[in-house]
Design a binder for this molecule. Sequence first.
Ligand code: TYD
Ligand code: MG
Length: 478
Amino acid sequence: GKSSKTVWVCSDCGYDDGQWWGICKQCNGVNTMKRFSEGIERPTSGFEVTENVTRSWLPHQSVKAMPTKLTDVNKGTNQLNWRIPLSGLFGAEVGRVLGGGLVPGCLVLVGGDPGVGKSTLLLQIAAIVAEGCDMGGSAPVLYVSGEESVEQIGNRADRMRIGTDELFLYASTDIEDILEKAQTLLLRALIIDSIQTVYLRGVTGSAGGLSQVKECTEALLRFAKKTNIPVFLIGHVTKSGEIAGPRVLEHIVDVVLYMEGEKYSSHRLLRSVKNRFGSTDELGVFEMSQSGLQAVSNPSEIFLSEQQSDSDFLAGLAVTVIMDGSRAFLIEIQALCVAGSSVSRQVNGVQAGRAEMIISVLIKQAGLKLQENGIFLNVVSGVRLSETAGDLAVAAAICSSFLEFPLPVGIAFIGEIGLGGEIRTVPRMDKRINTVAKLGYKKCIIPKSAETSLTALDLGDTEIVACRNLKEMINIVF
Ligand code: TYD
Ligand code: MG
C-alpha cells in the first residue's frame, strides 16, 4: 500500500527521490538523503526526522510551500475581509471586540482570573456561533472542557436557557483526541476550556506547565490554520504568575482578549489587547445575570450610576488609568486629610516617596496648606500604583478631601507631576484616554503637552481638558 512506499528526502534542500543517492542530485549535499515512509511528515529542511507520532499527525506546513508574490496574495480570497458575523446584541458586542466578527482559522485566547466568567462567556459565544442566524443556518460548534463534566456544562447551559441544536459538548484533556473528534464534525468553531488542562502526548511536563501550554497552543494554531476553523482558548491568569499563564501565549495566538471584573461588581469587561485582524482599542461591556452575560450598550450608565449612588463618599476620590502590559485599567485613588491628626502619613498602594513628593508640590507650588494635616492615601481594591501617570489623580484626591469638595461624577485624571507643579505627559496617552472615553466618562484631565497627539481618537462625548500645571487643574476642577 501507499504507507509502505519508501522515499529518500534530502535533509538539506528537501529534494526527494525513489532511490538513495550518496550525493543529493539537487544540492550536491553529501550523505544528506534520508529514508522516509510515504505518509509520514517530511522535514521542510535540515531537520532530523523524529518518530514523534503526535507531531506527525498534527499538520505541519506543507513541504511544497514557496514564497508568494505580494500581488498574488492580495489577489486571492482575502481572509482579512471575510468574517463570521455574530448576531444579536451580545454577538455584536463580542464581534466588535474581535474586530468585526470572527475570522476563519483564527486562534483567540480569552484570559482572565478564575471565576471571572470565561466559561460562561465562551458557552454563550459557542451558542450564537452555532446558531449563526446571519450565516444562513446553524453549524456544529464543539465546546471541549477539561475542567467540568459534560453534565455540569449541560446544567449551566440549561440555566442560561441555551438549547442550541448544533452545540456539542466534550470532556477531554488530550489534544490529539480532541482534534481527532473535531475533525469528524464539520465544525464552525472549536472552544478549549482551558489551555491549562490540556496536554500533548510525547511532550514532557504536566498539563499547565510551560512546555505543555506552549506545545498545545502551537498544535491548535496549526489545526486552526489548516482547517480554517476558528479556535477559542480559555486561559487562567494567576496573580503570582507561577503557573505558565496566558502571557507566554500572547505571541503565538492571533487574538488576545482579557475578561476583567471586580469581585463584588456585576459588570464584566472584555478587552482586546492583541488582534492580527483588527484594532486593539476595543472594549466590550457586559452585565452578569442568571442567564449569562448581557451586553451593556451604554456603559456610562452603569459606571456613572454606581458612583452617583455613593455620592456622599466622593470627596477624596479620584480616578486614573494605569497600564498593565498592554492593558489599560481604571483605578480609584482615595485620600483623606485630617486636620490635627496624630498620624502624619499613611499610604497604601502608592509609593511613600512619590506620595510625599506630590504632597510637597501641592504645598509649595499650589499653595495648599496641608502641613497640619494627617494624610491617608489608598488605592481601591488593593492595586499597586507604580506609574507616575497616577500622580495627577493622587493630587486631585488630596485636594478634594482637603477642600471637602467632591469631584464631579465621571471625571478621570492622567498625568505625571513635576517638582515645579507642572503636569507632564506619560506613555500610552492615546490608549488610556481611549479607555476613559469607551467607559463613558464625561471629562478627562490630561497634560497640555499631550493634547496634540489625540486628534485621531474617537472620544465620543468625553471632554478633554488639558492643563499645564497643578494650579490650572485646581482652578478648572475645584
Ligand atoms: P465561570 O464562567 O465559571 O468563570 P470562569 O470560567 O472564568 O472561572 O463563572 C463563575 C461563576 O459565575 C459561575 O458559577 C457562573 C456565574 N455566572 C453567572 O451566574 N452569570 C454570569 O453572567 C456569569 C458571567 C457568571
Ligand atoms: Mg471556567
